[in-house]
Design a protein around this ligand. Structure first.
Ligand SMILES: Cc1ncc(COP(=O)(O)O)c(C=O)c1O
Length: 394
């Protein structure tokens, strides 16, 4: 059987982690990995999560099956978190999924069942896992221009022009906030213009929201998605709790559908549950139960939101500090976009060779496309780091 297989391509980020681990230099800096890190370089369990886990341990009397949709209280709480507490839920349906990736995958399967010929338009660049997840479901992809590496801004006119050529019924995959890997997001006015185009061209929005609360706040980060939900007839959203609740390994996410009518939403939900049945049957319970406890208990929720505020404020501080240091060291405003970007990532706009030189000469590790994880920036050595970046520019 297995003699027919070729080794799969190694994961680039895992390879980078290995190189970093084996580097003996004490001042090495890891800007590569995709998880939040505190000033000590750790990814701790949040206080609210610990408290909710204790409560779950004391109160859970059975580990019998929960059901195909997972924890109903979690699903209700996630709809409110993502679409707002005042959202009209008559056409919204949610299914707990194994992480944001699991949510993306079950929605992709549903879209393929519904419209197998549809092309999914993805931003150039996008999170590298989008393509394999969509292709595994049998969907075709095409890309729309998104990022101008020279200015660090969104190429909005080019994006709109490309989407203007998409066929009616195609799907547009959008990052709800904190675009990965670029850090460049749409403005409110751009979301609004995009909503008009989606309606006019009959395109279906599929919103990946994996960093809600990491940009400008829980509500601000969902504002684009909420604007779309108020204007388009139907959409899908894949939400992840991996980052904003720091429950990466527990695999907590939600697949949420907005149907044209309550009846269509019910039918789509039944098909989504049938997709899940054929893939993994039921999602893992523990992390979702913990998130449900936090979101539905006012004291725990306030504690969590406070922790999330600290995380976000720290990343914004690091962004501003690094942009200042880069301005001082380069004598230019070339990297000012780092302070304007939001979320955990920014793309510096360096070549693969410049990234390699940073790694080899200065022990600074980042992904080949020059994406940095701002949470990995060392607060006390931002000028050294900026000097190293500027030294590889020519
Ligand atoms: C853009 C984007 N979408 C989705 C995910 C999915 O995360 P998870 O499956 O760990 O919840 C990630 C994680 O890195 C991401 O960056």
């Amino acid at each position: 059987m297995f003699e027919t297989l070729q080794p799969a391509a190694p994961d680039k980020i895992l390879a980078l982690i290995g190189l970093f681990r084996d580097d003996p230099r004490p001042n090495k800096v890891d800007l590569g990995v995709g998880v939040y890190k505190d000033p000590e370089g750790r990814t701790p369990v949040m206080r609210a999560v610990r408290a909710a886990e204790r409560r779950l341990y004391d109160e859970q009397g059975s580990k019998s099956y929960v059901g195909l949709a997972g924890d109903p209280g979690f699903n209700t709480a996630m709809v409110s978190l993502v679409f707002g507490p005042g959202a009209d839920t008559s056409r919204l349906r949610a299914v707990q999924a194994p992480g944001g990736s699991g949510a993306l995958r079950v929605i992709a399967e549903l879209l393929h069942r519904s419209r197998p010929q549809a092309t999914v338009w993805i931003s150039d660049p996008t999170w590298p896992n989008h393509v394999p997840i969509l292709n595994a479901a049998g969907l075709k992809t095409a890309s729309y221009p998104y990022f101008d590496a020279a200015t660090g801004t969104v190429r909005f006119d080019a994006m709109m022009a490309a989407l203007g050529d998409a066929a009616a019924g195609d799907v547009v995959l959008l990052h709800g906030c904190c675009h990965n890997p670029t850090g460049a997001d749409l403005t409110h006015a751009q979301w609004s213009a995009l909503a008009d185009l989606l309606v006019e061209r009959q395109l279906f929005p599929f919103v990946d929201i994996a960093y809600q609360g990491f940009g400008d706040g829980l509500d601000a980060d969902a504002a684009g998605l909420r604007l779309l939900a108020a204007r388009v007839p139907e959409l899908a959203a894949a939400s992840s709790c991996s980052k904003n609740l720091s429950v990466y390994r527990d695999r907590v996410g939600a697949a949420i559908l907005l149907g044209r009518t309550p009846a269509e939403a019910d039918t789509a939900l039944s098909q989504l549950l049938s997709v899940a049945r054929g893939m993994y049957s039921m999602p893992p319970d523990h992390g979702a139960a913990v998130v449900r406890i936090i979101l539905s208990d006012p004291a725990l929720r306030a504690e969590w939101e406070g922790e999330l505020d600290e995380i976000r404020a720290r990343m914004i501080r690091l962004r501003e500090g690094f942009a200042d240091a880069l301005r001082r060291q380069s004598n230019s405003d070339r990297f000012d976009f780092v302070a304007r970007h939001r979320g955990m990532f920014s793309r510096l706009g360096l070549t693969v060779e410049q990234v390699a030189r940073l790694r080899e000469k200065h022990g600074v590790y980042m992904v080949d496309d020059s994406r940095i994880n701002v949470a990995g920036l060392p607060d006390d050595r931002l000028d050294d780091l900026a000097k190293a970046v500027v030294s590889v520019l020519d």
